[in-house]
Design a protein around this ligand. Sequence first.
Ligand code: ATP
Ligand code: FE
Length: 355
Amino acid sequence: LTFLGIESSCDDTAAAVVRAWPDRAEVLASVVAGQVALHAPYGGVVPEIAARAHAEKLDTCVEAALAEAGLALADLDGIAVTAGPGLIGGVMSGVMCARGLAAGSGVPLVGVNHLAGHALTPRLTDALAFPYLILLVSGGHCQFLIARGPESFQRLGGTIDDAPGEAFDKTAKLLGLAQPGGPSVEAEALAGNPKAFPFPRPLLDRPGCDMSFSGLKTALLRARDAEVAAHGGLYRQTRADLCAAFQQAVADVLAEKTRRALKAYLAEAPEVPALAVAGGVAANRQIRSSLEAVCAEAGVRFTAPPLKLCTDNAAMIAFAGIERFRAGTATAADLVARPRWPLDQTAPAMLGAGK
Ligand code: ATP
Ligand code: FE
């Protein structure tokens, strides 16, 4: 099966072509056009600007992806498009583009949940078998899910406030480091002492898999202000220490909550137990190695897709479309663009039908 995927739910316009066989899949082309420069003057993503940029760039992204794959529209078995969750203007641009392409070519159209795309990526890269545990950890999300099937996800818990990526970005901003904050905080932390500041590990005293990262951000702000008040500025070493202590706190919270999520998942005695991480924060070496250690301890396989498939892309959407197409459960109702679409309600039409 060969699918075109289209993604436009945030600030990346993306198109990709994925081919799947029963036991493996391959990305034939993946094009991502970012909008960082467009939004930079406003200090955040402006929905109207994003929607307009998507509408302008979608056609060229699709053309570029098809050309890279050496395929024409008529060669496709399907077109998959992100129908939510995300910024509604961007999602609508993508859905309209996909509808046009499908109507013009007669190729079937499948609506896909953006988060399902992230959560299914380990099956695209690693042929991981269901059920596996997935930790989605990005700029906008942080949650544990048991993936039981292409449309069956059980949420075990997640952040009750900020996502870790957002906390990394804010930390970088507070310390005058470059955006995106994850990579710059990670680089700075290399020279720092993680024990220099006793940052909180929120919610560790509470049972379950819920997490909180906003208190950590406040603690960092206070520590920075105290240093500035005491010394009239931040020493280079202090800045590195702040980064190291912050990163260690995030890694510790994720590791402990992963232990708990694994316990719930392993209680079901999966045949080949596995934990997959996805999302931009999964690129962090310290977080990755502490999760790897937790998995080794529990005798669970650890897998993380390559970074360019962890951050927003359309290959994951094409692949999720293929999985839904194979399951035969895609409906026209999935093609309605929606700003909110929790992952444990991936197929609302099917839920109504008693599935
Ligand atoms: P979502 O997909 O949830 O809507 P998003 O598109 O912002 O959110 P991603 O593109 O998956 O998320 O990831 C971007 C985030 O990952 C940013 O917040 C960035 O700081 C963070 N990040 C990237 N590299 C690293 C790293 N090495 N360490 C920590 N965080 C990182
Ligand atoms: Fe995303």
